[in-house]
Every structure is written in C-alpha cells, then in structure tokens.
Design a protein around this ligand. Structure first.
Ligand code: IVH
Length: 671
C-alpha cells in the first residue's frame, strides 16, 4: 500500500472510530489504539504535505490563530422561531395551523428538543464539509469552518454520496458533564468559570485559535436543512436521512397528532429535562409534512409552521442582599446568599448556596451585587457569580468569619481542605442539625421527632446530644406538660424512640452523620462490617477495601473513629440500649452477587425504592458503572452511564423488565 492509500485508509478508519465513539456511543477500540492510528496519520501527512486534505481527521485538532472571521451570506436565511409559553399558547398555535391548512385536524407535528447552544449552518459540497457559518443576523454569519472541524461528531465527509450543495443546520452544544469538567479544570487553574454551557460553547466557536475550540470538546446536534435538495417528504424522515449521513440526532423526535398530544409531550419532556445529558430550553414543534409547511409559509421573523415551546429559565439575575453564615451538622461553615426574591426554574428563590469562602473569593461575589442564580431540576439553588458590569459604587469584598456565628468558637481550616469548620461539638447549630439528621426518615426514622420538636426540646434542655434522645423517657412527666403534647403524643413519641433502637446497622451508621457517609456508603459499611463493634474498630486499609469507598471517605471515617468523643458516643448509645440489627438481611438471593446501577428517569417507582429492593433481595446498588457492574436499569434521558455500560458490554434493561424480575407482589409495593 502506498502512502496515499495508507492515508486514505487511516482517515476512513479514524473517522469510523470517531463516529462509533462520538455519535453512536459504541467504541470498538481502546483510546491508545485510536491514538496510534491518529499518530500514524499525522506523521504520514507531515512527511507528504501533498496528502493533506480538509476532510482529514487531523484537521480536528485545530490550527494556529487567524486574524478574524470572514462573513458569509447563508444560501437560505437562518430564521428564528416564535415562542409559546404555557399550554394555552401551545393550543393557540395548533389552532392557527388547523385554520391555516383549512382541511380540519388533527395535524401531524414533529416534536424535537430545543437545544440550548449556538446555531450553525454546515455547507457540504459533494459530501465534503467546506464551510461552517454562525447564524449571525440570520442573513449573514461568520465563517468558523476550522472551529467546526474540531467538533468530533460533525462529519467531515458524509457517509452516503450526496452530489451538489447542501446546508445542514443544527446547534453546537456542550454536554453537562463536559461543562462541569471544564469548569473544574478552570477552577484548578484559578480561572473564571463559565456561567453556563451555552456561553461556554458560543465562546468556544468564536475562538480565533481553533486549538482552543478543540480543547472544549463540543458536540453538534442537527435539526434540519437549509439550502439544497430535500432529502425526504417530512421533517421526521429528514432526521432519519441526516442520521444516515452521519449526524448525531439527539432529539427524542416524535410524530404527534393534534394539540392535546403537544401539551402532553411538553409536560413529559419538561419532567425529564434535568436528566438529559445536555441543556435544552424548550421543545420545537414542527408541522411534519413539507407540503403543509410550504402552504403555511413564513413571516419575516420565522416560519408559521413551527413554534418554540419555552421552559422556565434555569438562570436569572437578582440582587444579593446579604451573605449569611450557615453552620451544618459536621460543623462545616458555609456562606449563604440572601437574595431579592427571583423566579427561576419555576419557583421563587430567596436563598441560595455560595458553596464555600474560597469559591466566593474566586468568583468575587460581594453584598449588593447583581448575581446570576441557577436552579436546575431538583438541585439546590446556587449563585453562579456576579454580573461585574452591573456593580455600582464601591462594594466591599465579604469578610470570611473567624469565629462561629452560633457559638463564638474560633473557626478552623483543615490542611488541604477548603471547608471552614467550627470545632465545638457542643455548638447549638451542630447539635440541632445532628439530632434532626439522626431522627430523620432515612436514618433512625423517629416519628414525632421532627425539626420543630427537636428545636423546642433543645431550648428546654431536654435534649443535649444524640444519646439524650434515649433519656427522654425519664422526662415523661415534663413532656406531658408541654404545649400541644398530651399523654397520647408523648406515648407515641416514646414508643417511636424505643422502636428506633433496633433499626438496621446501615441506618444507624448513616444517622451518625459522619462526613461523606451518605445512605449508600452507610449500606456498604454495614454489609462489610456487619456489626457496630466491627465497624468501630475499622482502620484505613479495611475501610478502603470496601467496594465504592475511596481514600477521601476512608480517611474521613478513620479520623471520626479515632476521635475519643465519637467512641464515647457509640458507648453511650449502646448503654442506652441501641442495638442495631445486623445490616438489613436480604429476603432472598434473587440479586445475590449482582451490582445494579439505575440511571435516567424511572417512571413508576423511585430510585430509592428500587435500590432498596435490590438490597432486600441480596444485591448491591451502585451509583456508577464499572467493570464490576452486573446490570444497568436505564430509563429515558439516560446518558453517560448508559453509554459506559454499552461500551463495557454490560446488560441494560428498562424499568418494566426490572419490575418483571421481582418476586410476586414486590413490584406493586414499589409503585
Ligand atoms: S428549527 C426555521 N429546531 O432555536 C426553523 N431550531 O429560536 C429554524 N434551535 O436559531 C430553527 N433547537 O438555533 C430548530 N430542534 C430545533 C432547535 C432549534 C434549537 C434554535 C435554533 C434557532 C433558535 C430559534
């Protein structure tokens, strides 16, 4: 094989693997084998410059900076879309279409995700990518071809022959996981973080140095065609044609009939929004048949045949009134933003986390600033950063507290940790948070001992620490005298406390509130050590040997156990009669030896319920996919975990199949 043939073979092979990896999520070779192929091609092209070509995968690594971007007139304009907010406006759109077509309903629509990124137009000539253009003003955009070539799922060459010129339209976006990784890298380098994936992807596409674009690991989602031949009669079929040409189609595309179906679909996608691996800001509904689209036509603004149904924004601006200090269960002190109330992510938010003081300093957030607040899905609201252009006058940088706001004890910072801690275990804020956690539903589950009751009993001095819960019985007469208590509720409370003494070990370990020990880790510990006696003597190596426990958690648990006060706490609990039953014993061995991971949205059951069921029947529930995973239960919106399972060849089933595996009656108990 001569160099020209070898180069052609390498190009085809590398692009085939790129497609398997980036478009289909089904890699066939290891990263290092891919690297070897790539290196060979780079060397071959260096030795034979005449072999270079614009569709070579070597173009994907980027090229040195250029002067600026030339502009280019789109062959067909890139229109915008009208928006609809809420059900009524969506139904009004459907009614307009039915009237416009004048043949009665229902009309077939094609529903797509509205990707939240940067729109671009890709021009292919005889199947080769020759130009990529940003939307610009819709008529003329900037030519960003070199940057587009670095986007791994943009085909440099179409998979099927397509003579002439076509424009493929779509959105450049950054997956949430990539966004988080990029921000973590930026944080480590002390650089300003990106506010959201959209800004990061738009910024990346406008880099004059395409090597920077390459480092941002962007993706492309196609949603239609501009100028050129139509590839099909309908939007739905066009998307299939685009997939055959090599484009990643990430829309949960669906043909829907009539207004009711549009409303139901919008609700369904909105519920799943947080679980998608990338950001969307709504749904685009398009009249499916091109013949119908042509009949409806366009206005200057946008087509009459499509509508963008918009979701509530996940980010908003508001004023930061005050930074307060919160002391948590483990004594960790965090800054909390008190905000001018703002509607974001569908609710009104007036407090948001600021994570830690180092983060606060790095982001340069100050009281009085206008800040970006984010609330995505069920994640607690957070302040992303200040809008520096809106800062007025001289605002003072916040001062990090040196003493605990609750008890006045000087705060400490552990070596190498960002967290600031109040070392006083008797700190009222810590004590109440510990008690609330211990008694909570997922820990010792003491009914009648909720937050309000705990605060009241603390004020009265009836509760002082965890073991004091088990001394409340001696206070029976005092308790009966309390407002809104009475004989019966005191009896119920004391009975609930009694029952809690024999909760399974995993719940007690979770309830102790050891840093980094969530309910899943508590389950892992209970299974490994079986008894409280076994656990309390565990050392670092034994802890690290527990599957799923890493060095950070192992060392945190070890130092907790080395602390005499904690050992004394365990003694006091045992003395009070707390006798955890060994880790929840399995009811059967259906899942014995199996590690199961749930990912994506579960429709009829909760994730906690499903995981408890796996444990109940002898298995293990894990949070991440690895070679040790036996089975993955994937629901809609599953992303990277599903891809990983597939690449490792791990069996993947859906929720219904999982439910069908369960013994009689168990599936029903979960619904
Ligand atoms: S179709 C003539 N489909 O939303 C129709 N647009 O507000 C043009 N967008 O500039 C657009 N996802 O960048 C269409 N599935 C999708 C989309 C989508 C995101 C963007 C697009 C456009 C903007 C319109």
């Amino acid at each position: 094989m001569g160099p020209a043939e070898r180069a052609a073979w390498l190009r085809a092979e590398i692009e085939r693997h790129n497609r398997l990896y980036y478009v289909l999520d089904q890699p066939e070779i290891s990263d290092s084998s891919w690297d070897a192929l790539f290196r060979e091609l780079v060397e071959l092209e260096a030795a034979h410059p005449d072999l270079r070509s614009p569709d070579s995968p070597t173009a994907r690594v980027g090229a040195p900076p250029r002067e600026g971007f030339p502009s280019h007139r789109h062959l067909a304009p890139m229109l915008s879309l009208d928006n609809a907010f809420g059900e009524a406006e969506l139904r009004a759109f459907d009614e307009r279409i039915v009237r416009g077509l004048g043949r009665g309903g229902p009309i077939a629509y094609y529903a797509e995700l509205k990707f939240d990124g940067l729109s671009i137009s890709l021009t292919y000539e005889d199947g080769i990518l020759v130009r990529a253009t940003t939307r610009g003003d819709g008529e003329t955009g900037e030519v960003v071809t070199e940057n587009a070539r670095t986007v791994r799922d943009i085909p440099l060459k179409l998979l099927e022959p397509l003579p002439g010129t076509v424009e493929v339209r779509g959105e450049i976006l950054l997956f949430k996981s990539v966004f988080e990784a990029l921000n973590a890298e930026r944080t480590a380098r002390g650089e300003q973080v990106f506010a959201n994936p959209r800004n990061a992807s738009a910024g990346a596409m406008r880099q004059l140095d395409s090597r920077i674009t390459a480092s941002r690991r962007l993706n492309f989602c196609a949603y239609g065609l501009g100028a050129g031949p139509r590839l099909a009669e309908t939007q739905g079929e066009t998307m299939k044609a685009l997939a055959r040409l090599g484009f990643a189609i990430r829309s949960e595309g669906q043909v829907l009939d009539g207004g009711d179906a549009l409303v139901a679909w919008a609700e369904k996608i909105e519920r799943r929004r947080a679980e998608l691996p990338f950001g969307i800001d709504g749904i685009v509904f398009k009249v499916d048949r091109f013949e119908d689209q042509d009949q409806l036509g366009s206005t200057a603004r946008g087509p009459r045949w499509a509508i963008a149904y918009k979701f509530p924004a996940e980010q908003a601006f508001t004023r930061l009134l005050h930074i307060s200090t919160h002391v948590g269960r483990t004594g960790v002190v965090t800054p909390v933003a008190e905000l001018e109330p703002v509607f974001v992510g569908g609710v009104t938010v007036s407090r948001a986390t600021l994570h830690n003081y180092e983060d606060l300093r790095r982001k340069d957030v100050r009281e009085g600033d206008i800040v970006v607040v984010q609330r995505a899905g069920d994640v607690i609201p957070e302040v992303i950063g200040p809008v520096l252009e809106k800062r007025e006058g001289s605002l003072m940088p916040p001062v990090e507290p040196t003493v605990c706001p609750e008890c006045g004890t000087p705060l400490q910072r552990q070596e190498g940790m960002v967290a600031l801690k109040c070392p006083n275990r008797a700190c009222p804020a810590q004590v109440s948070a510990k008690l609330i956690h211990f008694a909570s539903r997922s820990a010792m589950d003491i009914e009648g001992l909720g937050e309000k009751q705990i605060v009241r009993l603390l004020e009265l001095g009836y509760l002082t620490d965890l073991p004091s819960i088990y001394r409340l019985r001696a206070r029976r007469e005092d308790l009966v005298q309390l407002d809104r208590m009475g004989e019966q509720s005191v009896e119920n409370l004391l009975a609930a406390i009694e029952v809690s003494k024999s909760r399974p070990l995993n719940r007690l370990l979770f309830g102790l509130g050891i840093r980094f020990v969530g309910d899943r880790t508590a389950g892992d510990l209970a299974r490994e050590f079986r008894t409280l006696e076994g656990f309390r003597r565990a050392h670092y190596d034994a802890l690290l040997a527990v599957p799923d426990i890493g060095p950070r958690t192992a060392s945190e648990i070890e130092s907790w156990l080395e602390d005499e006060e904690n050992q004394s706490l365990i003694d006091q609990l045992l003395d009070a009669g707390v006798a955890p039953v060994e880790a929840e014993a399995p009811s059967g061995d259906l899942f014995a030896g199996k590690t199961i991971v749930f990912t994506g949205k579960l429709e009829h059951i909760t994730r906690e319920g499903a995981e408890a069921m796996v444990i109940k029947w002898g298995g293990k529930a894990a949070g991440s996919v690895s070679k040790a995973t036996s089975l993955v239960v994937a629901g809609p919106g599953a992303g990277s975990k599903l891809a990983k399972a597939e690449s490792l060849g791990i069996e993947v089933i859906d929720e219904a199949t999982f439910l069908a595996m369960l013994p009689d009656g168990e599936a029903e108990s979960l619904r």
